[in-house]
Design a protein around this ligand. Structure first.
Ligand code: FE2
Length: 225
């Protein structure tokens, strides 16, 4: 019998993955739901010097507070791995029932940490950066970098991109779910007149996720890389 985690190890050892589209989609209701969350004014400015028009709100986060969108360090914890953090679902969930159901039942993830809506406003941008602790990509490629975060597209206006410096634009379409390697340099901009809504998810991956990873890779990538 195939052991999917062994297959995952083999794939990430032999392929330098910048992104991986997963063979699963957000429910279409997610588009109206994020609009309701926006209309209810849940989004807060996501601090930082390297971006403009970058707002966020937590679906699941530290102490169940929707406004705690930054990493644990900003709230006096060691990091998001700090065992003292109480992670919980937030009030945003009441406005996004189908989206929440997707994360609780459909996608094989567990023990969510930060699960956030991210808004890039018209004219907004995020300058080139790497999300490693040092802010510089690892000199020796880390095979697990592709597991650093999930980036899920809800809306994708024209002339709005998320792009790796050395691998180009991620070809997002609404409702598509991607794994995204945020250790490599990347940047984003929204040159449209519309809000661009995505979700960034940090969680643990269970065995069913390994199966999804392998099947998605075989379907979407194996013959093109
Ligand atoms: Fe980033």
């Amino acid at each position: 019998m195939v052991n999917y985690w062994e297959r995952v190890e083999d794939i990430i050892k032999t392929h330098n993955l910048f992104h991986l589209k997963l063979d699963i989609e957000l429910p279409k209701e997610s588009i109206q739901e994020v609009q309701a969350v926006y209309d209810e004014k849940f989004f807060v400015e996501h601090r930082g010097k390297k971006h403009k028009g970058w707002d966020s709100t937590c679906i699941h986060g530290i102490d169940g507070d929707y406004w705690k969108t930054m990493s644990g360090k900003q709230y006096n914890y060691e990091s998001d791995s700090d065992k003292n953090i109480k992670w919980d679902w937030t009030d945003v969930c009441y406005y996004a029932p189908k989206t929440v159901e997707f994360f609780k039942k459909d996608i094989p993830l567990k023990n969510y940490r930060r699960l956030r809506y991210m808004l890039l406003r018209p004219g907004g941008y995020i300058l080139e950066h790497s999300d490693t602790p040092s802010g510089i990509p690892y000199t020796t490629r880390k095979q697990t970098s592709i597991f650093s975060a999930l980036n899920i597209c809800i809306t994708q206006p024209k002339d709005c991109v998320l792009e790796h410096l050395s691998n180009g634009v991620v070809p997002f379409k609404p409702l598509e779910v991607y794994m995204f390697n945020n250790d490599e340099y990347h940047h984003a901009y929204n040159n449209s007149e519309e809000n661009r809504f995505h979700i960034i998810a940090h969680a643990e991956y269970d065995y069913d996720f390994a199966e999804l990873f392998v099947k998605s890779f075989e379907k979407n990538y194996e013959h093109s890389i």
